[in-house]
Design a protein around this ligand. Structure first.
Ligand SMILES: Cc1cc2nc3c(=O)[nH]c(=O)nc-3n(C[C@H](O)[C@H](O)[C@H](O)COP(=O)(O)OP(=O)(O)OC[C@H]3O[C@@H](n4cnc5c(N)ncnc54)[C@H](O)[C@@H]3O)c2cc1C
Length: 458
């Protein structure tokens, strides 16, 4: 596409409109995952809802597919052609302390919401990394740091502003448009682009949290031991364990440098003394290399997982597991442990409990009774993405007997976002309903560069 083709659009949009070759095009299309980049014919850097409307109308008039990017941590499919809406400039955050709600623009990140809410002793149900975008995380379910205690972030959505495929800006609430509300919360941009989202906050001002690190070589049974420990803890105890190949890098604390380590992460909403008592048995699971556990203000909770806020190329895949016993732990380690042909970060989160609760307003996030969420991530430095496929395919096939679904937010991109994988993230009846609604709201399938829900054919 040339400048002349997009001139009418650029004259109506407040943000930048860029075509390939423009200064700023590369920066605008680049998100947090450098593994693959969108290659759209045109990018609209939206600063307001009207820009999104103009972009969708422009694309609709030319039969172009539309993709949307917030911070770029979680796209499913890279756009090859079409129109990309970026929302990184739409970062407004408004906390209403009286109603315990927050209203966020499409591009806001949790590290903007957490301090704003903390001023009133409140917190959002954010995930492990505060630099992730709020809207996409929440619409994908949102299995947060406090998921066991408070359930899905998606269940707290009060209202959405949504630009649908016809270019209309609609206010969507559970009362005004229950079907569309239930479709977007869980179905993300299959039904339109959210320009603003309002959700409840929870009264959490502090935590007992942090982590313990173990040498993986000296604690071979830690994965299964962690699972046995986690199952006996109350729902106020949110935890996970990650097996991480630590780089041999001076920035890494000495005891961890260059080793495969287990990192057990703790976010306990009860008091510090109870938290310390509950964590104590974990110290017997192996020699602890490093420990950092303390009472902390919630605004510091990003330090628990301590995921770096720098763009990296990565691949990810996930499964919900109904059990993790010695045999399952062995399977995980055989495929993705220290001997795996590609380096893998394996994370096992203890979830369940509040995630199984029915939401106050129906949405399309699959309810899960599964106690574990397993995800595997590979940093693709010098590793072709195709090299991860045998490892991931082998592992997730071997785990099939204990797998019961997948979490949309962790599915991964490219081959990991194929339609049969996406299906695992929805209950079958919900998926059929979403396909009917997709046909009604997006008959031309404008929003297809995503975890795609195919429209029902008449
Ligand atoms: C380090 C890290 C930690 C994570 N931790 C957690 C966690 O604890 N819990 C959890 O549940 N998830 C977690 N995730 C997954 C994360 O929630 C998803 O990847 C999410 O999609 C990221 O949102 P984003 O805006 O950053 O991504 P983007 O790549 O910008 O967006 C991803 C997709 O969301 C859709 N989308 C984006 N903006 C809009 C919009 N305005 N309207 C409609 N659809 C839109 C589009 O399909 C887009 O392709 C984590 C991811 C990473 C990389």
């Amino acid at each position: 596409m040339k400048h002349a083709d997009v001139q009418p659009l650029a004259s109506r949009v407040a943000g930048p409109v860029l075509v390939p070759g423009d200064e700023g095009y590369d920066e605008e299309r680049t998100g947090a995952n450098l593994a693959v980049r969108h290659e759209p014919d045109v990018i609209v850097g939206a600063v307001r809802a009207e820009d999104v409307q103009e972009a969708v109308r422009f694309a609709g008039g030319r039969g172009l597919p539309v993709a949307v990017q917030g911070t770029g941590h979680g796209y499913a499919t890279a756009a090859r052609g079409g129109l990309l809406v970026t929302t990184r400039r739409m970062t407004q955050v408004r906390v209403d302390a009286g109603r315990r709600t927050v209203s966020v623009g499409a591009g806001a990140r949790f590290d903007q919401v957490i301090p704003a809410a903390a001023r009133y002793g409140l917190a959002p149900l954010n995930g492990s990394a505060p630099h992730v975008g709020v809207v996409s995380y929440v619409l994908g379910g949102g299995v947060g740091l406090l998921a066991r205690t408070y359930g899905y972030a998606a269940d707290r959505v009060r209202a959405l502003e949504l630009v649908t495929a016809d270019g209309q800006l609609r206010r969507v609430t559970p009362d005004r448009e229950p079907d569309l509300y239930g479709a977007v919360v869980g179905g993300r941009d299959n039904f339109g682009i959210v320009t603003r989202l309002e959700m409840d906050l929870v009264p959490v001002a502090r935590l007992y949290g942090g982590g313990l690190f173990y040498d993986a070589g000296a604690a071979p049974g830690l994965l299964a031991a962690y699972a046995r420990w986690a199952e006996g803890t109350p729902r106020e105890m949110n935890s996970s364990v990650a097996l991480i190949p630590m780089p041999d890098d001076p920035d890494v604390p000495g005891p961890l440098r260059g080793r495969h380590v287990y990192h057990v992460r703790i976010a306990y909403t009860g008091d510090a003394a109870d938290g310390a008592r509950l964590v104590a048995p974990l110290r017997k699971a192996g020699p602890v290399l490093l420990e950092a556990l303390a009472d902390m203000p919630y605004r510091h909770s990003g330090s628990i997982h301590d995921e770096p806020d720098v763009p990296v190329p990565f691949q990810r895949e996930t499964a919900m597991l109904r059990e993790v016993d010695d045999a399952v732990a062995r399977t995980v380690l055989e495929h993705a442990g220290p001997q795996a042909p590609v380096p893998c970060v394996v994370e096992l989160r203890h979830v369940g409990d509040a995630l199984a609760r029915a939401p106050r307003h129906p949405n399309s996030v699959a309810r899960s009774h599964a106690p574990y969420l397993l995800s595997v991530v590979t940093l693709l430095y010098g590793i072709p993405a195709d090299d991860t496929s045998p490892v991931y395919d082998g592992l997730f096939a071997a785990l099939e007997p204990v797998t019961c679904g997948a979490a949309l937010n962790f599915l991964g991109h490219g081959p990991h976002a194929r339609e049969e994988r996406v299906r695992a993230a929805y209950a079958p009846a919900v998926l059929r309903r979403l396909s009917r609604l997709k046909a009604a709201h997006d008959p031309s399938n404008t929003f297809r560069l995503n975890y795609h829900i195919p429209p029902t054919t008449p």
